[in-house]
Design a protein. Sequence first.
Length: 173
Amino acid sequence: MKYDPLIHHRRSIRLKGYDYRQAGAYFVTLCVHNREPLLGNIIHGEMQPNEYGQIVAECWSGLSENYAYVELDASVVMPNHFHGILVVVDDDRRGGSRTAPTPNRKPLGRLIGVFKTVSTKQINGLRRTPGARFWQRNYYEHIIRSEPDLNRIREYIQLNPLRWGQDTYHTTG
């Protein structure tokens, strides 16, 4: 296959010049490859994650367990996508002391990369599809800049299963 620079140099949706290692709250959305509904079903307005959906939830939780500067807020596994709020904090919960502002932290993109890699490997192990793509390339992110914004996003996440029929990520496949 011939190298196509247009494919490999897509415009970034990240905020130019912003340090994604700094303390702050970030709302992220990741979609399953081709938006296939592989993570469970919505039944009577409630998400019922299957085994793959449970892996996604566990891998998301693993971010705060493995990175002392990461706290997790609201999240929801949906049939073909995932929404979550990830908070990068200044204090090291394990040591209780202030950490350096950013040098040894992974930026948001690397944290999401870890999440996608770990969850994909576990799910592909169950599916017996080693090396197969599970998540769509890239992800959506929004820097949460205020308490009202945070509360609005929390409500959106909480109500997402109830609104599944109108969700832009909803597919009938």
